[in-house]
Structure formats: C-alpha cells, structure tokens
Design a binder for this molecule. Structure first.
Ligand code: UD1
Length: 420
C-alpha cells in the first residue's frame, strides 16, 4: 500500500506536458484486434489501466508488443490462441468489455467476463448488448460471462437510449467489419470517440460523423495496419488546471487540445480565473479570490462527470455557494465524506451537492475512493493548512501518468510513501 504526503507550499508555478489520453488509449488498443497486421499506437500513457488492457488483449489471443514505454503494437493473427479470460483480470477495468466488439467482428465468437459494477455506479452493458443483437449476434449470459456468436455481423440502424461512451466505441469497433452499413444514433460525441474513428479510418475503415450524435459506418472485409498517436488527456489537463487554480498558481499546460477542455475553461473563467489558450497550450493565471459556480455534468460537450469531484474540491475553497448536479453516474459523490473530514462544507441530497466555500480546509488522513475522487483530495490538500495524507492511491495510478514527478516539477511538496 502506498500513500501521498502533501505539505503546504508555494503556489504551483511552471509548465507541465499533458500525457496521452487514457480513455482514448483503451478502445484504440482494442482496435488493434481488428487486423492481422500489427498497428502501432503512440502516446499510450504508462498507467495501471493501460497495462491491464494490454494484459487482457494478450489473454484473448492478441499479439501485444510494447515497443517503448508509450508505444505499443497490437494485432490478432488468424490462428491466435485464446486463454479463458479470467474474471479477476477483466473485473479490474470496465473498458475490458471493449474487446467484445473487435473479437466478435473478427472471429464470430467472443466469451468475455461481465465487467461488473464499480463504486461510482452500477454501469450496466445493456446498450452494448442491444447493439450487438441488432447486428445479428446471439447473446447468452451466465456464470459471470457474456457470450456472443454470429456467422457474420450485419450492419443495422442502432439507436442508443443514452449516449454511452463505451457502447458507442464497442459498436463502432464491431461495425467496421460488419456486412453493409451501420448507423449509430444518439451516439456519444466525446473527443475520444472521434480519435478512435480517426485511428480506425487509418486502418481502412469507412466512418462518417464520429464526434457527432450520428455515426455511419460502412463495413469492410478486412482492415490493415496503421500508426496513430492518441489525443492528449483532457481530464488530466482539467485536473492540472484545477490544482493550479486551488493553489493560486501560474501554470502553463502543453500538449493539449484547448477545444476539448472548453467546458472546464468556461467554468474557471466564470469563477474569475484568466486563461489564455494557444493551439496546443493553455495558461492559467492566479486569482486570489475566486467565486463558486453551479455545475451540471452532461455528455460531451457538456461538463464532464470526470471533472466533477475536482471542481467540488475547488469550490470548497471558493467564495460563496455553488451547486453540483451529477446526471451521469448515480454514486459519484464518494469524495464528499473525505472532503468533509478536511473541513469542507457540503450538503448532499441525492444527485445534488451544495458547497459553501471556506478558506479553512485542514490537512488530515483521507482515502482516495476512486480515480477522480483521489484527484479531488489532492486539490483540497494543495489549498489546505497542514499536512494531508491520501491513502489508497492505487486509484490515482490508474489515470495520472508520472503524477508525483509532474506535480513536484510545478513546486508542489508531494511524496509517495510506501506503507505496510
Ligand atoms: C466512459 C469513461 C469514463 C467516463 C464516462 C462518462 C472510459 C474508459 N471511461 O465510461 O471515464 O466517466 O465514459 O463520460 O472511457 N450505461 C447504461 N448501459 C450501458 C452503458 C452505459 O445504462 O450499456 C449508463 C452507465 O451506467 C452510466 C452512463 O450510461 O450511468 C454513462 O456510461 P458510459 O458513457 O457508458 O461510460 P463508460 O463508457 O463506462
């Protein structure tokens, strides 16, 4: 077990380069299974989630070659050998289910462990399965596994009841090798979907409309190899902005797409921060007294649920009262009890939180209950008086590459301690 020890210090200052996107990397690694020729993916962040994804792709028969820490090649040979995918390995990350689409499309059969729920919500996969059924797959579930079979996937019109990111990705992956045309309506429009589609198009797929709510895919008989660099991580970028803001810091982010961070920039500006955006950089200036705002999480281009807990931490030290409404996941307020232990004033009612700003957060021992809740605690710690110890930081290592090194380079006093 390890923990972070964060000691109050100077405001953050300097420049930090944002890593490749975790959430773009996971479906893109799965896309490698669509071809027998090895595709090379660059900018894959070194994280436990990407490592687990590579491990489970290998488990289902994929050839995975780590060419350097952030460059990976993936393919699926025609005579590949599959192991029985272990429930334990697949339950480690929900994105494990993204291998279903490519395997079904390539081989006509896939038996994958159910990804299960997780702490932020039940997270069912009904929309993925409805889509595969509409494409002609026969689905069976039992003993913790989902099995899908088909002679050949057939293109169809699929309307998603909710613009699920994972379902859109899984169906997009599968549709690339289906017979005929697939139209995904009410599709998710997140930048990670558009990036996946760019990568698939380089492999020879025919896709129109990715990044909008209607995606049209014309299936091909086979795809070839490609070389693709994943987009920068917009949630890592947003988290560094929130950390800079909380510490009254002066920070420049490089390797980012400011367009992807628009909802976060808009809220920071509403709080009183001054931001300057270039083509691939973003600068935030310090603001001594910033205001609380109201936030409602929504599918892209709305405010991202993955930035909700970080903004709640920031609003805990803002001037005035703000309201946060979480509409995407039913249980994404797990940071609240921990922030309360640090002196935050937050009232919860179902999916709504009311935050009264205070200047008096105090450091103590708190627990990272999930990836973004952990990031919220770091933000609170940077604004608090006294030392903060954050336990269960393995959650942070799922999604923030070289976190301690990057934050230290901006002048933060953060140490990773190994404990019993
Ligand atoms: C992805 C992101 C995650 C982000 C989320 C929402 C990755 C690896 N993870 O997760 O960081 O927080 O998008 O932006 O990219 N739902 C159903 N049935 C389904 C699928 C989803 O009801 O078949 C529901 C979920 O329970 C949830 C909502 O739809 O309430 C959104 O889920 P979804 O967009 O699928 O999120 P993920 O792809 O799991």
């Amino acid at each position: 077990m390890s923990q972070y020890l964060i000691t109050p210090g100077e405001p953050l200052h300097g420049t930090v380069a944002i890593s490749g996107s975790k959430n773009a990397s996971l479906p893109i690694l799965a896309a490698g299974l669509l071809s027998k020729e090895p595709s090379t993916f660059e900018g894959i962040p070194v994280l436990s989630d990407t490592a687990h994804m590579m491990e489970l792709i290998a488990c289902v028969g994929g050839n995975v070659d780590q060419l350097d820490p952030s460059t990976v090649s993936v393919s699926l040979s025609e005579d590949s050998k599959r192991k029985t995918p272990s429930l334990e390995l697949f339950s480690r990350l929900r994105a494990s289910f993204l291998v279903m689409g490519p395997l079904l499309a390539r081989t006509g059969r896939a038996r994958i462990p159910l990804p299960g729920g997780c702490q932020i919500g039940a997270r069912p996969i009904d929309l993925h399965l409805k889509g595969f059924s509409a494409m002609g797959a026969k689905i069976k579930q039992g003993h913790g596994y989902v099995e899908a079979r088909c002679d050949h996937l057939m293109g169809n019109r699929i309307y998603l009841d909710f613009p699920s990111v994972g379902a859109t990705e899984n169906l997009l992956l599968a549709a690339c090798l289906a017979h005929g045309e697939t139209i995904i309506e009410n599709a998710a429009a997140e930048p990670e979907i558009a990036d996946l589609a760019r990568c698939l198009s380089k492999m020879g797929a025919k896709i129109q409309g990715a990044g909008s709510d209607t995606i049209t895919i014309t299936g091909k008989d086979s795809l070839s190899a490609c070389r693709h660099t994943v987009i920068p991580d917009r949630i890592e970028a947003g988290t560094f902005l929130a950390m800079a803001a909380a510490s009254r810091g002066d920070v420049t982010l490089t390797n980012i797409c400011p367009n992807h961070v628009k909802p976060v920039i808009a809220k920071l500006e509403e709080m009183g921060f001054d931001l300057e955006a270039g083509e691939d950089f973003l600068h935030i200036s310090p603001c001594e007294k910033f205001r609380a705002v109201d936030i409602k999480t929504l599918p892209y281009p709305g405010f991202p649920t993955d930035m909700q807990s970080q903004f709640m931490a920031l609003m805990s030290v803002a001037d005035g009262t703000g309201v946060v409404v979480e509409t995407i996941f039913e249980n994404r307020f797990m940071q609240v009890p921990e922030l309360l232990r640090m002196g935050a004033k937050i009232k919860l009612d179902g999916r709504t939180a009311v935050i009264d700003g205070t200047r008096k957060l105090s450091g103590t021992q708190v627990k990272a209950t999930d990836l973004r809740a952990g990031a919220a605690l770091v933000i609170a710690a940077l604004a608090a008086q006294g030392e903060t110890r954050i336990t269960n930081i393995e959650h942070m290592e799922r999604g923030y590459e070289h976190f301690v090194e990057k934050l230290s380079s901006l002048g933060a006093k953060i140490e990773k301690l190994e404990t019993e």
